[in-house]
Design a protein around this ligand. Structure first.
Ligand SMILES: Nc1ncnc2c1ncn2[C@@H]1O[C@H](COP(=O)(O)OP(=O)(O)OP(=O)(O)O)[C@@H](O)[C@H]1O
Length: 695
């Protein structure tokens, strides 16, 4: 048996145990689900949607990935004191609570990404384990000590990963995250973090792994749906949509910017000139005027009052309401008062008021053109929602735990978590709270499991819940002891109105392109949220894109940020990166690329259609040529990548919009291996300066 085969057999044994354990977890999930359904049909409880039930489900899903995707275990660390453990997508413990796999996000896993030969952090060997589902298919060892280490196999896990066949969807990089990427992923959650870097430096990957990391580290707070990730388009969110579920996380809201306003899914972008108008802050005033204006088909006469009088009345109503902070839909009472004053105290007929001051939705005020809203309309609808407002509702005082349940929608069943650790003793966590709601110190003996459960049950009862079941001994995070306590609320008055939900952390990808109006829309959802802003100013194509990161941070209503830069490219080979950088020269330097190989070919042709027909690969064309050439429109490729790119007519891409050069830069940096540029018109001047683009 070769050394590699022997080492693979060693790892296979561990992986087999992990999958057997996952099978048990899957059975527990089924039991939990059945429990939830039983109680859902029995009363007001609408099911278990809690974080810990989700971890169980994630574990079940991971187990279901057998054979199709990368496996659950992907790494191993050997330390100089002889200690060894495996790293995986999820923490898994055996039946005696001994760790089988450490979650990649746990502090114990950090050396896997941080240790270097210069600073080994006690690590003697880092091993990347490649699995196809439950089968170990390859190993790669990196030795971080001058001493001899037995059984070293493989070479270059990162290189292997980069040159692997790619699918239609982005795959996670959890096994090969690089040190500087890890620093960005594990940056503190609070405040604003700006992550910059050229094309292909892994910004999107970092953003998604960061979302998973935050959910793990602050799981008390970042419960279901409290983290929002915003991408530039639905094509993009579809492309990256499998990364988080693959990491075992499906509680993040992933939305394209055109989907942020409920009830509208916009995918079409307006031409630059229109986008400039709609993206500007002057729209706030324009929309307010529209919203306060007379709605179409409103009556223009009321007894002695003519159209002019009614128009003046509207101005007066608006003046009074704006001064008092009353929104349009809340102004009906004021409207009745002003009209009554004008009528000399006469009663205003209800039917007139209904037609003259009807409740309005944003869609009433800004109907879709040709039956379709554009992405640039979405922030306008959102602004209108604020200007129009809802009729005021009477405030009601509620206990905090009830509010928490209302905030999380229809959920009424809750999972508390009883946790044991050597440092903190027993602690009881409530869903939605970052800090434990009760700590026992060391008072309850580690072995006094039942005593701890009675203690927790008493506190849960005080919260207004009753314990309905214990999922004894299961530890999804690979920590010392972690027991979900299923509880349901004691009967309370009907949970009537939903409380407005707000995000606690918002991650913006391709953020360089956000217009001022889009920023307002996001700021509304992130008033109390910390933020991660990810982007590359060189790729900004929106006519109103911010000129700097501090400016963008201000637009988002925040102040101050920590900035981290990703210096190394993993998508675009150097030869293509150098060529692409000429589009923006002298403004930017080419990204230093880790990816080897690559080819660049630039061809002047007579007939584009004929030349394209003779090519293989993904054709990217100026928007107006895309349909005819069966190509991907250049406006749709942001954030995406293809093995071989055939880029058509750069001159037209540049000429189509004010930031055409940046659009071209984006297009030139989509190729993972080969780039072919076909043109009938002269190339943009920058590209021809002293290189393979010269005509
Ligand atoms: N550490 C890594 N290990 C393996 N692959 C990586 C790593 N980092 C990045 N990649 C790969 O490099 C490619 C580019 O990553 P990503 O799309 O996240 O870059 P980006 O900076 O967002 O690019 P752009 O600005 O062009 O949208 C992807 O295929 C990604 O999987």
């Amino acid at each position: 048996m070769s050394e590699t085969a022997h080492q693979i057999a060693v790892e296979q044994q561990v992986v087999d145990r992990v999958y057997a354990r996952l099978e048990v977890m899957r059975a527990q999930t089924r039991q939990l689900d059945a429990e939830g359904h039983r109680r859902a049909s029995a009363g007001p409880v609408t099911g278990l949607v809690e974080r810990d039930a989700m971890v169980l489900r994630a574990a079940a899903r991971l187990a279901e990935l057998d054979g199709q995707e990368e496996g659950v275990v992907f790494g191993r660390l050997d330390f100089d004191d002889g200690y060894t453990y495996r790293i995986g997508r999820l923490g898994v413990r055996d039946e005696d609570r001994e760790p089988l796999v450490v979650d990649w996000r746990a502090p114990a896993a950090a050396p896997f990404y941080r240790a270097t030969p210069g600073e080994p952090l006690g690590v003697t060997r880092r091993r990347v384990i490649t699995c196809a589902g439950p089968r170990v298919v390859g190993l790669d060892d990196e030795v971080l000590t001058a001493r001899d280490v037995d059984g070293v196999v493989g070479e270059g896990a990162l290189l292997t990963s980069l040159t692997r066949a790619r699918g239609a969807h982005m795959r996670d990089i959890v096994a090969t995250i690089q040190r500087e990427q890890d620093e960005a992923i594990r940056a503190p959650a609070h405040g604003v973090t700006v992550i910059t870097g050229g094309p292909g430096t892994g910004k999107t990957q970092v953003a998604l792994h960061r979302a998973a990391y935050l959910l793990y580290t602050d799981r008390g707070r970042f419960t279901d749906g409290r983290v929002l990730v915003v991408g530039p388009s639905t094509v993009f969110t579809e492309y990256i949509g499998r990364v988080l579920p693959g990491l075992g996380e499906d509680s993040v809201h992933l939305r394209a910017i055109g989907e942020l306003f409920d009830g509208v899914v916009a995918t079409r972008r307006d031409p630059a000139a229109v986008a400039r108008v709609k993206g500007d802050l002057t729209m706030v005033r324009v929309l307010a005027d529209l919203a306060w204006d007379t709605p179409p088909n409103a009556p223009d006469r009321l007894r002695g009052l003519a159209a002019d009088d009614l128009a003046k009345a509207r101005v007066e109503i608006r003046r009074r309401c704006e001064a008092g902070g009353v929104a349009v839909n809340g102004a009906r009472g004021e409207a009745a008062r002003v009209l009554a004053e004008l009528l000399g105290g006469g009663e205003v007929p209800e039917a007139f008021l209904n037609a003259w001051w009807p409740p309005l939705t944003p869609q009433d005020v800004l109907p879709a053109q040709d039956g379709q809203w554009s992405v640039d309309d979405v922030p306008l609808l959102d602004e209108l929602a604020e200007i129009l407002g809802r009729p005021p509702e009477p405030a009601r005082a509620r206990p905090e735990w009830q509010l928490r349940e209302l905030r999380s929608g229809a959920r009424l069943a809750e999972t508390f978590v009883l946790s044991w650790s050597l440092n903190d003793g027993w602690q009881l966590f409530a869903p939605g709270l970052a800090t434990p709601m009760a700590s026992s110190g060391q008072a309850i003996d580690h072995n006094g499991y039942w005593a701890a459960q009675r203690w927790a049950a008493a506190i849960v009862l005080r919260e207004g819940h009753q314990v309905v079941s214990w999922v004894d001994g299961f530890d999804p995070y690979g920590e010392e002891g972690y027991v979900p306590v299923l509880a349901e609320p004691l009967p309370v008055a009907e949970a009537e109105d939903p409380v407005d939900d707000a995000y606690l952390h918002v991650i913006l990808d391709e953020a360089q392109d956000l217009s001022p109006m889009e920023c307002r829309m996001i700021a509304r959802r992130a008033a109390h949220a910390s933020m991660t802003i990810v982007g590359d100013l060189g790729q900004a194509t929106h006519p109103l894109a911010a000129g700097s990161w501090p400016e963008l941070v201000r637009r988002l209503g925040k102040r101050g940020a920590r900035t981290l830069d990703l210096p190394t490219g993993y998508r675009v080979p150097q030869v293509i990166a150098d060529f692409a950088a000429r589009a923006l020269a002298p403004g930017i330097a080419p990204t230093r690329s880790f990816r080897p190989g690559g080819s660049l070919e630039i061809r002047r042709v007579d007939d584009l259609a004929e030349a394209v027909a003779g090519e293989t690969g993904t054709v990217i064309a100026p928007d107006h040529l895309a349909a005819a050439l069966d190509a991907v429109p250049v406006s749709q490729v942001k954030g995406l990548e293809y093995d071989r790119v055939v880029l058509v007519e750069p001159a037209d891409i540049v000429a189509a919009e004010p930031r055409g050069m940046s659009r071209l830069y984006v297009a030139l940096t989509r190729a993972v291996a080969e780039l072919v540029v076909l043109h009938t018109k002269p190339l943009p001047e920058n590209l021809t300066v002293g290189g393979p683009g010269a005509d």
